[in-house]
Write a protein that binds this ligand. Structure first.
Ligand code: ZN
Ligand code: MN
Length: 132
């Protein structure tokens, strides 16, 4: 079993992702920690986020506007992604109907263990800007 050296930076990066609902990118984490850790590099943030992802401590939401975004909340929940401002917003969507899930299983000849949906569109702010 590998023993990992205790690292204040590692702890701070994890805490930074967990303490926000921004669903931050690596750059966001870096800019929030660089004053506290002047020798921190963006590469270190990337490396630690990749490790946290492998360890199941954070989740990757995939890329939004070409940039990978992370979630420190690993409990099941849904996301709305604004295609104008790239905001990633937590919410609880209704479950998909069983008939639909069964249809997917039949179509694939597979057994589903779960699903993950992202909802896309204009967030309330961007929608209001468009209509004003
Ligand atoms: Zn928006
Ligand atoms: Mn989330």
């Amino acid at each position: 079993m590998a023993i990992r050296k205790h690292s204040r930076k590692r702890d701070a990066i994890l805490e930074c992702v967990r303490s926000t609902t921004e669903h931050p990118a690596a750059e966001w984490v870096y800019s929030h920690l660089k004053d506290e850790f002047p020798d921190l590099s963006l590469a270190t943030v990337y490396r630690n986020l990749a490790m946290f992802k492998d360890e199941g401590l954070v989740e990757s939401l995939g890329t939004v506007g070409g940039i990978e975004r992370f979630d420190g909340n690993t409990a099941p929940h849904d996301h709305f992604i604004c295609t104008a401002c790239n905001a990633v917003i937590d919410f609880e969507a209704p479950a998909l109907p069983n008939a639909l899930l069964e249809q997917v299983q039949t179509q694939l000849g597979a057994k589903l263990s779960g699903y993950r949906l992202h909802y896309y569109g204009l967030c309330r702010n961007c929608k209001n800007k468009k209509t004003n």
